[in-house]
Write a protein that binds this ligand. Sequence first.
Ligand code: PAZ
Length: 301
Amino acid sequence: MDWESFYDTHPSPSTHEPTICEVENFVCSHENEKIVFVTSGGTTVPIEHNTVRFVDNFSVGTRGSASAEYFLQCGYCVIFLYRSNSLEPFVRHFNNSLLDKFEIVDNKSIQMKQSEFDTLYPVLKKFKDAKEANRLLSISFTTLIEYMWLVRGCCMLLDTKYCMLYFAAAVSDFYIPPSEMKEHKHQSNDGPPLIALRLVPKVLPAVTHIWSPNAYIISFKLETDAEILLEKCKSALAKYKHQLVIGNLLSTRKHNVKLVSRDGIEDITLSTADSETGLEIEYLIVTNLEAKHDAYIKSKQ
Ligand code: PAZ
């Protein structure tokens, strides 16, 4: 199935239109400013309409949420499309420890522990600044179909040289069409479910040629076999003709990525010493991309 038939046969979720209106308002209020659209986390593929079980993947949204923070730091406005319950910018720093940072005073009020000030303040300040200046819009998806519709809706609104599209989400390559899903939970006494997965069409051709041909577009390629990573990146670049493919391996993705463009291959590596200082590879990626995007904007003037 091609992408056009996919959208023709899978109607948009009921929440789609209001979300796209929010995105449109955000984009309109940042005309001629640099905007980045970051996708993050993994899509689910439900196996029943009343979903109890679904096919998921490993992604927790570190790449996307950390990158979103660094894009804000570089002056971008950020549209953050993330898998519900995966990591979000700023909040990610406290996901497991938020309640430990507060104390109850006289059973009447709640206050932050003074000892937590130095860790909480800088993160909270950046978050508040971004929200108060309306520079961060977060929207969420759970299923593959929700993701597909939101990507289409957002990309159609992001078609200028000032827009960067940064596809870091782990999108399922396979799905079960809703017409073939059971209504209710599969019962074990019906025997093991026989699930026929279908291929999800690639939407990058639509993004690069139809929805956002003027944007600066970066896709990610994840592999587990180092032998095929670079070939896969090069072939994606040749096929979709966008600006950049970032290749990474599941096992080393937090300290090595490869930037593959028509100009060649750049290796970005985070050393152990750097990571011990708290530096993250996403900072190195984002600052590199900022320079590339600036050059792209200049070249289009
Ligand atoms: O979300 P995370 O930080 O755990 O992982 C990031 C990633 C590996 C999903 C991302 O860097 C990536 O490669 N995304 C594209 C995956 C793909 O469709 O090939």
